[in-house]
Ligand binder design. Structure first.
Ligand SMILES: CC(C)(COP(=O)(O)OP(=O)(O)OC[C@H]1O[C@@H](n2cnc3c(N)ncnc32)[C@H](O)[C@@H]1OP(=O)(O)O)[C@@H](O)C(=O)NCCC(=O)NCCS
Length: 141
């Protein structure tokens, strides 16, 4: 499976919307990049990585329903973990409402939201887009 950086295209926004994930702050910047994989030209998975020094936020992980259960989600998480590690990130964070079980299998553990480092707490995902009910998970890389 080939995973490569992708632009914030309408195709990416549609996949995130279909998976009920926020799209309001989707734009590539120095700190935010998106990666995806394809099959027959169609996006079969995307993930975003928002890096802030030694910490990063894994976000916008989405696999279309028709492609789930084939290891794509796991491969995308491994890919961004590797990217983050090579950029000096020591701890990965993420917010989720529905996929705790999936991330637990990949070594992520819940932590209280109040314990988020300032750079993570300041992200739009954390402070604006993800509801207070979403859980904060983290993993040392
Ligand atoms: C979560 C998601 C990315 C998983 O993608 P996927 O490609 O189906 O995942 P994989 O095939 O790599 O699954 C890896 C393992 O996690 C398990 N798993 C997948 N989704 C799960 C879930 N929601 N809860 C618990 N376990 C889950 C799989 O059974 C598999 O286990 P196995 O290795 O023992 O067989 C996908 O369901 C999705 O896009 N959900 C909607 C968006 C979302 O919630 N994103 C996360 C918030 S950023």
């Amino acid at each position: 499976m080939e995973i490569a950086q992708i632009p914030p295209s309408p195709e990416l926004l549609e996949l995130l919307s279909d998976c009920d994930l926020p799209v309001a702050d989707i734009a590539v910047s120095d700190t935010l990049r998106f990666y995806g994989c394809r099959s027959d030209g169609l996006l079969t998975g995307v993930v975003g990585l928002e890096s802030h020094g030694s910490v990063a936020l894994l976000r916008s992980l989405a696999v279309p329903r028709s492609s789930r259960g084939a290891g794509i989600g796991r491969a995308l998480v491994r890919f961004v973990e590797q990217r983050a590690r090579s950029r000096g990130v020591r701890t990965m964070f993420l917010l989720t409402e529905t996929a705790d079980g999936f991330f637990a299998l990949l070594g992520y553990q819940p932590i209280p939201r109040e314990q988020a480092p300032p750079a993570i707490a300041a992200t739009t995902q954390f402070s604006v887009l993800c509801p207070a009910s979403s859980r904060l998970l983290s993993k040392p890389l």
